[in-house]
Design a protein around this ligand. Structure first.
Ligand code: SAH
Length: 476
């Protein structure tokens, strides 16, 4: 029997996809197919027996919509958020938090075993949050119109339909007041929201950043114009909110899904925000990357620091360093830290942050890690000069270039600390690093071995997981 769109089936959820969708198979009896036909079904949890409607059919799998839970899984919870099902953000809201941590641990372990070839690796439990709500320090709220009125909130899953909602349970409560003030300003002064289809209207997004340690707030309104009519009135309203430190505009007149444009116009304050991670203070401009979950960032960086095993004597490289967060965190316990990052503005922030914290044992380079490091390496004359004690990498989802991995191993570091936001590319890179036999002269051959792995939950209720890995050099 063929699986058809719009047909209903009863399935038992047996597994979870990497994105956190439940996977259930349409059984043999109904289809005459030996292995069954897998359906990916959002909002379901392993152990659920559910009635699902097929919404999309591909050759070997399909997508289903949950119609009814027939027998709930013991790990199912009622989502706390009233708009959990519509929202494209938190895909795991039907799962107990404990189960999410287990799911993420398993995901990392499976990838390291299957893709990384690390057959016997045991991954410890994901480090989670005590209270996994209101953790995000950054929100990008889309604005649009709905039946003539202004709506602001979030995009429905896989669409650009805006669901009007002021509160988001993973964002600070103050965001509601900010969104309300912006909406009422727009209504009073007839400032139209952006219309994505036609490219008309003005207000596209509100970027809100809150410094969890400092209490500072930055609001940056992304507009489809060169200026905002009655901008002073907006500033006036926002300044009534306690902690408001910077109000600015970001100009984005392109027809694009990219949220921020290049130009920033300051309306009030310094145009950036300050916050702390541990003892280190950071200046963060609207466009710079900054980890969104500050309390778990501290957990992550402490793990990275522990794995780096610094005594104060080491030379350390922090590749993909952003605004220097990990670099400065490590610089307090190292002799010298070099940082490399592709975005020039982030490196400016990094240098400023180093100076602000009196960490003058740091040096930052702008460029691609896979170009900067090999060039630097080529220019050193001796093996001693090329040597680094510890190398930290924290690449974007696509992982590291093999040219970079080759230079890293050639630098003969005692330890490599790999921080990753995508365990599949992490596993691929670990396979490369651990299978490689290195030889850099008189010490003879050596290789790298995975010593420790630690998943950290930076994004509760989503399927993402961050992982820190320690690789140790073994002489052969
Ligand atoms: N370690 C930082 C940033 C990690 S995010 C932190 O924890 O805050 C990854 C960073 O890599 C981003 O800042 C991105 O701009 C940068 N990046 C992306 N591709 C790069 C490349 N090829 N070389 C160097 N940096 C790169």
């Amino acid at each position: 029997m063929e699986v058809k769109k719009n047909q209903d089936y009863i399935v038992t959820i047996e597994d979870l996809s990497v994105e956190g969708e439940g996977i259930g198979k349409i059984s043999e009896g109904e289809l005459g197919n030996e292995n069954g036909f897998p359906l990916f079904i959002k909002d379901t949890v392993i152990g659920d027996v559910a009635k699902v409607r097929v919404i999309k059919v591909k050759k070997n799998y399909g997508y289903g919509r949950l119609m009814e839970i027939i027998t709930p899984s013991p790990n199912r919870v009622k989502p706390l958020c009233p708009v959990a099902r519509q929202c494209g953000g938190c895909t795991l809201q039907c799962m107990t938090y404990e189960e999410q941590l287990k799911f993420k641990r398993r995901k990392v372990e499976n990838n390291l075993r299957r893709i990384g070839g690390l057959k016997d690796i045991e991954v410890p439990m994901t480090l989670g949050m005590e209270k996994p709500w209101r953790y995000r320090n950054k929100a990008q709220v889309p604005f649009g119109s709905d039946k003539g009125g202004i709506c602001a909130g979030f995009y429905a899953g896989r669409t650009h339909t805006i669901i009007d909602s002021e509160d988001c349970l993973i964002a600070p409560e103050i965001n509601q007041t900010i969104i309300r003030e912006i909406k009422s300003f727009m209504e009073e002064y007839h400032v139209a929201p952006y219309d994505e289809e036609r490219g008309t209207g003005i207000v596209r997004h509100a970027l809100i950043r809150v410094g969890f340690h400092t209490g500072q707030i930055l609001v940056c309104l992304v507009i489809n114009a060169d200026s905002l009519p009655h901008a002073d009135k907006l500033t006036e309203r926002l300044l009534k909110i306690q902690g408001m430190t910077s109000v600015c505009l970001n100009i984005n007149k392109k027809k694009t899904n990219v949220i921020l444009g290049e130009k920033v116009v300051n309306l009030f304050g310094p145009g950036y925000l300050e916050d702390k991670i541990g003892e280190v203070t950071f200046q963060i401009s609207p466009q710079s990357f900054f980890q969104v979950n500050p309390s778990q960032t501290e957990v992550l960086y402490k793990k990275a620091l522990e794995f780096a095993g610094l005594t104060g004597q080491e030379t350390v490289w922090d590749l993909y360093c952003g605004i220097g967060t990990i670099s400065l965190f490590l610089a307090r316990s190292a002799k010298k830290v070099y940082g490399v990052e592709i975005i020039p503005a982030a490196i400016e922030d990094a240098r400023g942050n180093a100076a602000r914290n009196g960490l003058d044992n740091t040096e930052f380079f702008v460029g691609k890690a896979e170009e900067v490091l090999p060039e630097w390496y080529e220019k050193r004359d001796s093996k001693e000069e090329r040597h680094a004690d510890v190398i930290v990498v924290d690449p974007p989802r696509k992982g590291c270039d093999s040219v970079l991995l080759d230079t890293i191993t050639a630098m003969h570091p005692d330890r490599i600390v790999y921080v990753s936001c995508d365990s599949a590319t992490l596993a691929r890179d670990l396979k490369y690093l651990t299978e490689k036999v290195c030889n850099e002269g008189k010490e003879g051959e050596y290789r790298y071995q995975v010593e420790k792995v630690q998943p950290v939950d930076m994004f509760p209720w989503s399927a993402h997981v961050e992982t820190v890995v320690l690789l140790q050099r073994k002489n052969m």
